[in-house]
Design a protein around this ligand. Structure first.
Ligand SMILES: [Zn+2]
Length: 278
């Protein structure tokens, strides 16, 4: 190779590398920008703007029964008959939506009954930090178990159970998913087959819970959601929270929607009269 062709070769290599670098960052930027919404305060797609981004998302702005809210000044009620929570192990898929990590059951994962209506468990996902606060206290993480009624005559067809966590011991349920979540870091839109997942392993039982009528906490912010937020706060390790934050995209590392106005809604605090949980 002559010194001139050597020089051309080096120059071409530098140009190729430069091109690759630019192309990579352009692609990365596009992936970040195809987000439908984000959690960054003041951002054009941030929580204050969700209701303006799409016509179908208007409830995020104009709804009067939005979630999350601060759970305080609740009316105390006693559980006369424990609600049935009857979950079953079933095949599940782990998904990275970019704004959260979720587990969706493909088959019948069981159901809960609220006032005689059956709601089937469909999926769960995590928010860091918590979305609901209790007497103004925000926790480190909140798990949402989303249930739906297939009865078209039912007015409120979604029921969500919220479980709050504070940093402490390892959460056994998340620990089982550790490897699968690690394989989805920054991989928006990808999923992993988890095999059989037993919802009972979440150990979401609580002898008392807050109940109120609210909405989905992500667009389209649909209302008519029956919320049950357990008073029992569970433990999760700092590393487990960090993994969830690392797995989603940068704009959702803190994926908790800000508190919404209560607007005179009732909040009931149901306490159990029974010595054992259900
Ligand atoms: Zn949620």
């Amino acid at each position: 190779m002559t010194s001139q062709s050597k020089c051309t070769y080096i120059l071409a290599s530098i140009l190729a590398l430069l091109f690759l670098f630019v192309a990579k960052s352009v692609i990365a930027k596009e992936i970040e920008d195809d987000r439908e919404f984000d959690y960054i305060k003041g951002s054009p797609k941030g929580p204050e703007k969700w209701g303006e981004l799409k016509l179908e998302w208007a409830a995020c702005k104009h709804g009067k029964m939005q979630s999350p809210i601060d759970l305080s000044n609740a009316r105390v009620k006693f559980i006369s008959q424990p609600e049935i929570r009857n979950y079953k192990p079933s095949n599940a898929t782990l998904k990275n939506s970019g704004h959260d990590i979720s587990v969706s059951w493909n088959g019948d994962a069981g159901s809960i009954f609220i006032n005689g209506t059956e709601y089937h468990l469909q999926e769960l996902h995590w928010h860091t930090p918590s979305e609901h606060t209790i007497n103004g206290i925000r926790y480190d993480m909140e798990l949402h178990m989303v249930h739906k009624s297939s009865d078209l005559n039912v007015q409120n067809r979604t029921a969500v159970i919220g479980v709050l966590y504070k940093i402490g011991r390892l959460d056994e349920f998340l620990a089982k998913l550790n490897e699968s979540i690690s394989s989805l870091i920054d991989k928006k839109g990808e999923e992993r087959d988890l095999g059989i997942i037993d919802p009972n392993d979440i150990q979401a039982e609580s002898q008392s819970y807050y109940r109120y009528m609210g909405s989905l906490t992500t667009p389209p912010c649909d209302e008519g959601v029956i919320w049950s937020v357990n008073t029992k706060v569970k433990n999760v390790s700092r590393n487990q929270i960090n993994l969830l934050k690392e797995a989603v995209l940068d704009y959702a590392k803190e994926n908790a929607r800000p508190l919404q106005p209560r607007n005179n809604r009732d909040i009931d605090l149901y306490l159990s009269r029974y010595p054992t949980g259900y």
